[in-house]
Design a protein around this ligand. Structure first.
Ligand SMILES: Cc1cc2nc3c(=O)[nH]c(=O)nc-3n(C[C@H](O)[C@H](O)[C@H](O)COP(=O)(O)O)c2cc1C
Length: 250
């Protein structure tokens, strides 16, 4: 994977899931990415900037008006440098701000200035997550080309059970890699994914047959995505028990 030197911005907000981002930062640093963490003031109640500074070797930005760092106008310089931004965990508050053009802290200001791919992982109490205003804001962000990672379901920190859990660190890193690890040389290509044992003869430029073993298909998600680089992992995983998987590109 070719991620060496890629600039990744991690935006961390005031959620109990913030601690997981230390692992995400560490995993990306081990892959030799240049990782910059921006925290909201409230996020610093959950995890300290020193943790991220130690792991990434870069100053963790919190205050827009802090003059003690390397970039000239930090939010703009960093935004220009970024290859991808992941906001995780994304609080209901920051989702609302980004969806409505509010830039009143270092994180929202920098994200607003970024032209690269922006990925957002909502994490919150299940009633907050299903609140129609939060859902509307997420739809709005999607319409503005943000990729929204669906939260997991399960027991939440508040002991409620439901949607709202931040996905595992590996899943978050997977979303980042899908954006920065491969050339977009299949961009614009139409991809049809079919499942089933039928083998029709169709006039196609490329036909790939994946060996029909469920476990193998699951394990091969990474390789598969490297072949069909724009294919969404979810599409593949939904087909994990398919007897036979064909991918056809033109
Ligand atoms: C213990 C605790 C856990 C919280 N967890 C979350 C959470 O997971 N998601 C969320 O949206 N808000 C959560 N909040 C509320 C946010 O911290 C609060 O809305 C805050 O204003 C968010 O600020 P920020 O968006 O600037 O980081 C939590 C608050 C506390 C005290």
């Amino acid at each position: 994977m070719y991620v060496k030197g890629k600039t990744v911005i991690l935006g961390v907000t005031g959620s109990i899931a913030a601690y997981k981002m230390a692992n995400v930062a560490s995993m990306l640093v081990k892959m030799e990415c240049d990782v910059h963490v921006i925290m909201t003031e409230n996020a610093t109640h959950f995890i300290t900037p020193i943790t991220f500074e130690t792991l990434t070797g870069n100053k963790c930005l919190v205050d827009t008006f802090d003059r003690n760092f390397q970039f000239h106008v930090a939010h703009v310089s960093l935004a220009k440098k970024a290859d991808v931004v992941l906001i995780a965990p994304a609080s209901a508050n920051v989702i609302g701000k980004l969806a409505n053009g509010i830039a009143d802290d270092m994180l929202t200001t920098t994200v607003m200035a970024c032209t690269c791919k922006k990925i957002i992982a909502p994490a919150m109490n299940t009633n907050m997550y299903h609140n129609p205003i939060v859902q509307d804001n997420l739809k709005k962000l999607q319409a503005y080309d943000y990729e929204v990672i669906q939260p997991d379901s399960g027991m939440l920190a508040c002991r409620d059970v439901g949607d709202g859990k931040m996905p595992k660190e590996e899943v978050l890193v997977g979303y980042i890699l899908r954006e920065i690890a491969y050339e977009k040389d299949l961009k614009g290509m139409k991809v049809i994914v079919t499942a089933g044992p039928t083998q029709e003869s169709i006039d196609l430029c490329v036909i790939l047959q994946i060996i029909p073993q469920a476990k193998w298909v699951m394990k091969s998600q990474r390789q598969l995505c490297s072949v069909v680089r724009k294919l969404h992992w979810l599409v593949v995983s939904q087909l994990w028990n398919a007897p036979c998987l064909w991918i056809m590109c033109r």
